[in-house]
Design a protein around this ligand. Sequence first.
Ligand code: UDP
Length: 243
Amino acid sequence: MTVNRGSQIREGKAKILYQTDRPGTIIQYFKDDATAFNALKKGQIKDKGILNNAISCWMFKHLEKSGVKTHFLERLSDREMLVKKLEIIPVEVVIRNRATGSILKRLGLAKGRPFQPPLIEYFYKSDELSDPLIGETHIAYFKWATDEQLAFVRAQAFKVNDCLCRVCDEVGLELIDFKLEFGLDEKDEVLLGDEFTPDGCRLWDKKTGEPMDKDRFRQDLGGVEEAYREVYRRLESFFGQKT
Ligand code: UDP
């Protein structure tokens, strides 16, 4: 069954969302635009949209096979992914396997300190407030999710971590941390939404420890396109070139 792209719902920092003529679905269109530090730093990463769409499709398909419920339906084109329409829970769920990024200064930790078991954190999705750190009590108090939904989100997030740590390890990468978003579908089922790409996770090369993700853009390390392409290339060989 073909799907036709309808009107734009909204344009985000890295994706544009479109209506479709298939009920209950939307299209995520991946752009080359890159932002960091709450959009204070802006740029473009050549072909990022194409690479991220493929990477995200592979990861979501793999997660589905591993028993994680996601919004993924199909890859429609180079830059377009068809997904179930969700009402997004306004909470960013972060899993950390090692300390880096925002937690370093916040808690005075050494970069690279392992978290075993992994650490889960929640941030309130708000550009105006720069996504503040919150606790489970805030999620319950402001009714962003029920206790039952939150327990499911937590379990799914750890399952995503187990599953994708294994994939990354197979291709010579260490999954350091990542951000997930969840939402409710038409039946009020909690599904993993958004994307899984080097924009929203940290991947270190297992041999060299070099970052292979958006930190290269954030920190002006150079070789940004090359890093995204290398992650794509490694996953392509792992997933057998199937998107
Ligand atoms: N992250 C994200 N979007 C955000 C904030 C964080 O995708 O708005 C990802 C980020 O790429 C990293 C993880 O979540 O993989 C943890 O980010 P952190 O809290 O360390 O914040 P950052 O240092 O990126 O500001």
